[in-house]
Design a protein around this ligand. Sequence first.
Ligand code: RIB
Length: 309
Amino acid sequence: MARILNFGSLNLDQVYRVDAFVQPGETKSSLSLATHCGGKGLNQSVAASRAGAEVWHAGLIGSDGDMLFDKLHENGVNLSLLERASGVSGHAIIQVDNNGQNCILLYGGTNQQLTEAYIDRALAAFGSEGLVLVQNETNLVGSIIEKAHNRGLQVAINAAPMDEKVFTYPLELIDWLIVNEIEGAAIAKCELEVDILPKLGNLYPKMNVLLTLGKRGAVCARGGEQAKIGIYTVKVVDTTAAGDTFLGYFLTEALDDKRLKDALALATAASSICVGVMGAADSVPMRADVLAAIEHGSLGKLGEWGGWR
Ligand code: RIB
């Protein structure tokens, strides 16, 4: 069974529905407001757990974080390492427009208060079997990567949101890089999408890469093997957490040694269901529902991979 320790961000998502995103210098009214549990880390823990992995979530919540704890708890995530810190939890201001697209403003809060001692404690408790997952929404990411690798654990990074800090991390120690085309091109230092995987292969020979391409699907390179997949054309209500759902499902399957093609197919179906529901963690589907949707063909026909741009 896939075993994952996620040093993951946890956010309270303040989700505003708008007809169109607010522009610089503009003041506008939103159509509705709702608070959801989110954070790339929390969403990915929920997704991996719903996919069937054993997930431990390490991270810090603030005085307002009960809802975040409860969400992970009700999803069967091991919370023995989750701690409370002073201050407020991470949060995100999210606008969702009529097309279901979003734009997100982050405040790190307690996600930025991890300490070396906490990381050591969490790694020691988890043991040396499995994979450590990080995103770029907490502090000390480089240190987590190094310490996890030194303990013999596999390491995966979702290098999002992309910023200069990513270049300071020991990426040569990474087993799985999960990026979209913009993040991938920045890390590979190339302009053409078609060059991303070969360049990453040269720079980081042992790195496996999951490259997501939005409406064009995804490509995965593991060892010498490569697989590509398209998307289902479904009604989009809210794309928030679709990438996190994809990641959680894919990683769970990949760690269970499933064929790349099959891991991509399950992850694609899961994220297609996710975009039909408002919110972040709550929009991640259960494994049984994903399998049923595939079996009954309720997502329609899987499209062809959309090619490089
Ligand atoms: O990936 C979606 C997530 O990004 C949201 O839940 C938000 O909190 C930000 O971390």
